[in-house]
Design a binder for this molecule. Structure first.
Ligand code: F6R
Length: 607
């Protein structure tokens, strides 16, 4: 999750670019850089480390150009060195990038075969050199970018500045946000509108797949098919830009849509995408010696832990026990020697989780905290902090924190499997490759939103909803039910699909919607049998699956939500999107207070 800025100004813009980048520094500060046009030609200044290093460098060698792009980096591909800092460039173009180009290896090989020479280890340089090749073949900047964008796989945002083109920036959004600011005789671009508050209050948010041609006169936006489209201009007072919903109606929607980017950020921290390995911070214990794991948390964070239980057991063959923090703290659980305790908390302040951490420490265990707020009490008291890096979560119902917890725990489980010698190097590479596809798969999953909105109309009339899943989709069923009840106030229960016939099947009738989360995997056939049991009793099934699952499941009274095919490991991350959207759209139709549902609080610091 890096920060991108672009300015077409009336005078020298370097200082404004730095100011705007300062407001985006929360997105990363491994390095920073700027490209301007000096006497019509590209000039680039970059520095390792925080923005102030770039600022100091610019004080020594000022750039005077009136058009510029800037970047503050959170390293994903390649170390946080000056060489890997953005902008990256060819002869005729400079580019800044946020996100991951998944297919950069094959593109790089293609460019090298054509004689290209790479100066960095980044995936971004591939984009610069591809566009450069098109420009040198005589294409216009818009034609060049238009030709390259469809070739890029992944979730990303890009901004381009072209040699000799003082009144032009091109920007593209696929999975990572971009906002455009409209001034008088000046135009701006930022990863987040808060970067633009100083310059203008007229904001246009690019939509998924959009790319935009910016001049000082304004902006022309094209959609994914290249058709010119109009996006609304939104008046956003500067103060409001500090806590900004973007063009979403609720923070929860914004946070659902932010997930491809947030997850990219989390993986950027834990995965070395070049080496296809997991990199953890220095550990205060020997991972290879960990004999067992206790996980404890509350609510949504607990369900993230319940998914991780499957991962730790499968990848590292370590026994895991998982417990609700409010039970764990009083149960006087004997914690076996050689074990570690993982506590999971978005806020890092949840009273029961904090008490459980203290109990585990008293029992002599090393405690790993998976938290979003790095300055929180839980983070301060743990032996090791694994930040989930979801960014601020404002909606009371947790969404992006849940999937970023999953991303962090998946990385930790793979590292543990590797340290234990259960996973081979090739297994690690394969799993890392699967994980880095998540931002793109989530972007695909978000496209189900209109379909889910229609479905939510009938769901909103239900009194009770049942969620079923097996394996890692069982905790997701619990999370789906929790999400629905907390924001729509409809009663919902999550069950392991195999448990249905042991009681809950008595609830089934034609009024009872049953959401079944079942990608085609090794337990799919078993879940289909459970769906048959529901259908035989008149239950209405909403099946969340993939193309193969959709083809094989033929049960009466069924609606299907179809996600792309993916590795079973990443399914809980991606399937979270429809689960969240079902709750969100249902709540919006019911007219509840989505961001602040009744009786709830974001941080539960009491017992
Ligand atoms: C549900 C939700 C809660 C929290 C729980 C723990 O959407 O947000 O269930 O997950 O209160 O909070 P943290 O993660 O802050 O410890």
């Amino acid at each position: 999750m890096c920060g991108i800025v672009g300015i077409l100004g009336k005078g020298p813009v370097a200082e404004d670019v730095i100011d705007a980048l300062k407001r985006l520094e929360y997105r990363g500060y491994d390095s920073a850089g700027i490209a301007t046009l000096e006497n019509g030609h590209l000039a680039i200044c970059r520095a390792e480390g925080k923005l102030r290093n770039l600022d100091q460098k610019l004080a020594r060698h000022p750039l005077k150009g009136h058009s510029a792009i800037g970047h503050t980096r959170w390293a994903t591909h390649g170390k946080p060195t000056e060489r890997n800092a953005h902008p990256h460039s060819g002869k005729k173009v400079a580019v800044v990038h946020n996100g991951i180009i998944e297919n950069f290896r094959e593109l790089k090989e293609e460019l090298i075969a054509g004689g290209a020479h790479f100066l960095s280890e980044t995936d971004t340089e591939v984009v610069a050199l591809l566009v450069d090749r098109e420009l040198r073949a005589g294409r216009t900047p818009a034609e060049a970018v238009g030709a390259v964008l469809p070739r890029l796989k992944g979730a990303f945002a890009l901004a381009f500045l072209f040699d000799g083109e003082d009144d032009l920036l091109i920007a593209a959004r696929k999975g990572s946000p971009l906002a455009i600011g409209l001034g008088t005789g000046s135009t701006y671009l930022g990863s987040d509108a808060i970067a633009l508050g100083e310059f203008t209050d007229e904001i246009v948010y690019l939509e998924e797949g959009d790319w935009a041609i910016l001049t000082r006169e304004g902006v022309e936006i094209r959609d994914v098919d290249g058709a010119v489209v109009t996006r609304p201009v939104i008046k956003v007072p500067a103060a409001a830009l500090m806590v900004d919903k973007g063009n979403h109606r609720h923070f929860m929607a914004k946070e659902i849509y932010e997930q491809p980017e947030a997850i990219g950020h989390t993986f950027g921290h834990y995965l070395d995408l070049g080496a296809e390995t997991v990199t953890l911070p220095d550990l205060p214990f020997d991972l290879a010696e960990v004999a067992n794991i206790s996980i404890t948390a509350c609510g949504t964070a607990l369900y993230a832990g319940a998914v991780a239980e499957y991962w730790f057991e499968r990848f590292a063959r370590i026994p895991v026990s998982i417990d609700i923090a409010s039970e764990f703290r009083y149960r006087e659980t004997p914690l076996p020697k050689g074990g570690i305790t993982i506590v999971i908390s978005q806020s890092g302040e949840t009273a029961d989780t904090l008490a459980s951490l203290r109990y585990a420490k008293e029992q002599g265990q090393k405690v790993v905290a998976v938290v979003n707020v790095p300055t929180s009490t839980i983070a301060r008291e743990a032996d090791l902090v694994l930040p989930i890096l979801a960014g601020v979560e404002i909606g009371v119902a947790s969404t992006k924190a849940f999937t970023c917890q999953l991303a962090t725990l998946a990385s930790f489980a793979v590292a543990t499997g590797r340290a234990k010698g259960v996973l081979s190097q090739e297994d690690e590479h394969r799993l890392v490759r699967a994980l880095i596809e998540v931002p793109r798969l989530m972007t695909e999953a978000l496209k189900l939103s209109p379909e889910i909105e229609l479905l939510a109309r009938s769901l909103s009339k239900a009194q009770d909803v049942l969620y079923l899943g097996r394996g890692t989709n069982y905790p997701l069923a619990l999370e789906g039910a929790l999400k629905l009840k907390e924001i729509s106030y409809i009663h919902a229960e999550g069950y392991a699909a195999g448990e249905l016939k042991h009681g809950p099947i008595a609830l089934i009738d034609e009024k009872m919607p049953v959401v079944v989360i079942a990608p085609y995997d090794r337990v799919f056939d078993k879940t289909v049998s459970n769906m048959e049991e529901v259908a035989a009793r008149g239950g209405r099934i909403i099946l969340v699956t993939d193309p193969k699952g959709a083809e094989l499941a033929h049960v009466a009274a069924m609606q299907k939500l179809i996600l792309p095919e993916m590795s079973a490991t990443v399914a809980p991350l991606v399937y979270s999107i429809p689960v969240q959207l079902i709750a969100y759209h249902t709540a919006v139709i019911m007219g509840t207070d989505v961001d602040q549902p009744r009786n709830l609080a974001k941080s539960v610091t009491v017992e």
